[in-house]
Ligand binder design. Sequence first.
Ligand SMILES: Nc1nc2c(ncn2[C@@H]2O[C@H](COP(=O)(O)OP(=O)(O)O)[C@@H](O)[C@H]2O)c(=O)[nH]1
Ligand SMILES: [Mg+2]
Ligand SMILES: [Zn+2]
Length: 304
Amino acid sequence: MDKLFDEQLVGTLVEVQRRTGIVRGDDGSEHQCQYSPTIDLAGLHNFAVGDRVMYIVAGTQQEAMITDVLARTSQITRPGPKDRHADTLILAANVDALVVVATPQNPDFNPRLVDRYLALAEIFDIRAIICLNKVDLNDAVPPELQYLKDLGYPMVGCSAKHGQGMEGLRQALSGLRVVLSGPSGVGKSSLIRKLIPGAEPGIGDVRKGDGKGRHTTTQSNLYTSGGITIIDTPGIRELGVRGVDKQEFARYWRDFRPYLDQCRFRDCAHKSEPDCAIRAAVKAGTLPEFRYQSFLRIQEDLED
Ligand SMILES: Nc1nc2c(ncn2[C@@H]2O[C@H](COP(=O)(O)OP(=O)(O)O)[C@@H](O)[C@H]2O)c(=O)[nH]1
Ligand SMILES: [Mg+2]
Ligand SMILES: [Zn+2]
């Protein structure tokens, strides 16, 4: 007997393709759905992996379809092409934490990049967790990371290759939906493979049915295993700090906040202004030079 009304279900978008999206229902079943043309994405910019959606499953009368998108609790965004500022791209939706992956060596430890991702997490208003991978190569914690840990950013040391610290990382990520960030080569894909058995990060999901991997690097995927959910999104490397008000930028540096009201000028850029509380704190050694240098470098990229 035909149902009079199609039952709308709630699920999570685990893969976004051009004309269809794969929705995982709360019962674990997956459905390849069309997007209903009636959905108004204006405020949401685009469908993103991690979105909570309403959908109807395929029936005799119609194909499976996403009928609505629920409001996001958070989103990781990337500015569109430089000449098209308005085109913000949502890389991942409803993310609990940004994991900032760094290495002591191979590639060399780069505090500037760590600071950049930490600032992005503050901008997106999601928590950050620092992951020092490849501790098998060198188990000394860089002093900059120790400083950031003391500031309150959780830090876990591990080795995706040899297994040290992986249990600690699992515990730190347990119950969270995370995105791994960091430059190429720090071990993001290796960590995902370790945390999510069967995941093939960077080459698309392996569908259960046919077992064929989709060999594309542009698509994002959502993986879940043992209470950890990871959204693997290739665009994460191009994350740039743009679209942020230059005047407000210093607020995203957690350790700068206590000083910001003490600069002589309200619109102090903390560069060469007299009586700048930030520069005074750096000079006095209360704020570390590396944080200030990261700040200047990234602030420079922002438009006035
Ligand atoms: N020694 C060591 N090498 C690792 C570790 N994790 C990853 N690698 C290696 O680092 C290289 C880059 O790893 P990959 O996961 O592709 O990094 P991604 O670019 O961040 O995704 C590969 O050759 C990995 O085998 C680790 O914990 N220790
Ligand atoms: Mg990778
Ligand atoms: Zn100042």
